[in-house]
Design a protein around this ligand. Structure first.
Ligand SMILES: Cc1cc2nc3c(=O)[nH]c(=O)nc-3n(C[C@H](O)[C@H](O)[C@H](O)COP(=O)(O)OP(=O)(O)OC[C@H]3O[C@@H](n4cnc5c(N)ncnc54)[C@H](O)[C@@H]3O)c2cc1C
Length: 451
């Protein structure tokens, strides 16, 4: 434990909780300020409405969570989360082909987001120097002109009172609705924001499926084949013998009114998927929840790493920095990787918080850059998507399409792709000479077939 006194974390979502876990080893006191009221059980919160929708935890997130909270994976399983074989129990229809299915020896945990978050919260509450305060709306950051430093926050509580709290470090983990960008504007500190408009809509509902002798998957993904197909869907087993079904539509292809008009709205939407598998499962299923809708009009990446005159005493983490296209299931795992990065820096740091701040934001930008690039490369397959395109877009799209198609035929290529998708390996591994050769041979045979 160092002699640093107090850290305040704005937002008690995934990033806020992870930051608290990390900072509890380096500060005498850590306070999480969460705007939402305390939930009664494992429910999606108002401040993290996306909790009603399918949340996949990738391998990198799973390994990172286990490193931060030893034993948590077993806790998830003991309390109902579903342990699956990552390649055998996943049926994935992608770019018009089914991925291979085999026992690759790796496992994935399926559970709802509230189940996952609630269990993390119980671990956090057992850390003696972390205080988790609910119903605390952070309204403002306290800034000292001299030295350009954030030294505290102004908070309003739901009884209408206001208070100020000061700390040695403030962490903004308040997600995509973060007030930091707005606050910087008032201080005349420009932030470069990369924004890509994807017009994405999520629609979800949980069901109990009838027993089946032939159902040989635990999670099934039907992805749209862009640019013609815009709607995709997933059905996944989760805790308490439930299945969550999430249907996504790019480019404003889902009309909320249609879906919410009555009970049949969801079924009609499932019937618009490129394959009938999910619809067929739902015909005789028992609905367990209401239908919920969540829109992601655009994704964005605030380039904090490039922000000149960034006030000292402030770290930003998770969706506060980057909200990535959720269809790729990476957001929570990115937050976990960022928390581990924070931990490493604090472990190696000789008490220079200002230097740590710069290094942290540069390091997370390095983590985000290939992921952002990979995701928007896919998003830009839709002609209506607007924003800054990545360099060499068409060649990247051409290459990744071959990787997707090869994943239905070649186990070694699929394994490399899985590691990249699960954020365990950098996308550059897909450029290894043996994979490039496979792609070129694949292209040659496809061309011959076409002629
Ligand atoms: C529809 C959808 C599906 C997704 N699916 C996946 C998936 O499958 N896998 C995956 O890994 N990720 C997924 N994500 C991404 C994932 O939800 C986010 O990356 C993750 O929640 C980010 O966590 P966070 O703590 O940074 O932000 P949030 O979860 O947004 O948490 C921010 C917290 O801060 C609080 N807060 C906000 N403002 C204030 C304030 N002023 N004062 C105090 N508290 C405040 C909020 O109440 C909230 O609790 C999905 C996202 C969406 C939208």
């Amino acid at each position: 434990m160092s002699n640093r006194e107090k850290a305040i974390i704005i937002g008690g979502g995934i990033s806020g909780k992870l930051a608290a876990r990390v900072l509890s080893d380096f500060f005498k006191e850590v306070i999480i300020l969460e705007r939402d009221d305390e939930t009664n059980g494992q429910l999606a919160r108002k401040g993290a409405r996306q909790g009603d929708h399918l949340h996949a935890l990738l391998h990198a997130g799973q390994y990172g969570l286990e490193a931060l909270f030893p034993g948590i994976t077993e806790t998830f399983h003991n309390n109902g989360a579903v342990k699956i074989n990552s390649t055998k129990d996943l049926a994935w229809f992608h770019h018009g082909v089914w991925k291979l299915r085999y026992d690759g020896g790796k496992s994935t945990t399926l559970q709802s987001r509230p189940h996952l978050e609630w269990h993390i919260e119980q671990y956090i509450k057992n850390i003696s120097n972390v205080t988790y305060l609910y119903s605390q709306n952070v309204k403002n950051l306290l800034h000292q002109q001299e030295g350009n430093r954030i030294y505290g926050v102004e908070v309003s509580t739901n009884d209408g009172n206001s208070k100020t709290l000061t700390a040695d470090l403030i962490v903004d983990a308040s997600g995509s609705s973060s007030l930091t960008a707005h606050f910087f504007k008032k201080l005349n500190i420009p932030i470069q924001i990369e924004k890509v408009a994807i017009g994405l809509c999520y629609v979800s509902k949980t069901f109990r499926l009838p027993k089946s002798q032939t159902r040989d998957w635990k999670i099934k993904l039907i992805y749209p084949n862009p640019p013609d197909e815009k709607i995709g869907g997933t059905i996944s087993k989760i805790e308490n013998d439930q299945h969550i079904v999430t249907i996504i539509g790019y480019q404003n292809s889902i009309q909320e009114k249609e879906v919410l008009k009555d009970e049949s709205g969801f079924l009609h939407l499932a019937n618009r998927l490129p394959k009938a598998d999910i619809y067929n499962e739902l015909i005789h299923a028992e609905p367990l929840s209401k239908t919920t809708v969540y829109r992601v009009p655009h994704i964005s990446w605030k380039r904090i790493d490039k922000t000149k005159q960034l006030p000292k005493g402030l770290l930003l983490i998770g969706d506060t920095v980057c909200r990535i296209d959720p269809v790729f299931g990476q957001g929570m795992s990115i937050a976990i990787i960022e928390a581990l990065t924070m931990q490493k820096l604090f472990k190696n740091n000789n008490d220079d918080l200002d230097k740590l701040q710069t290094t942290f934001h540069k390091k997370i930008a390095k983590i985000l850059s290939p992921i952002w690039n990979m995701v928007i490369t896919e998003d830009f397959r839709y002609p209506g998507v607007s924003g800054k395109k990545p360099f060499g877009l068409s060649i990247q799209q051409w290459y990744s399409k071959h990787i997707f198609l090869l994943s239905s035929k070649n186990q070694k290529v699929y394994e490399s792709f899985i590691d990249v998708m699960n954020l365990v390996q950098s996308p550059t591994i897909l450029l290894r000479p043996w994979i490039v050769k496979k792609v070129l041979v694949h292209r040659f045979f496809m061309k011959r077939k076409d002629n």
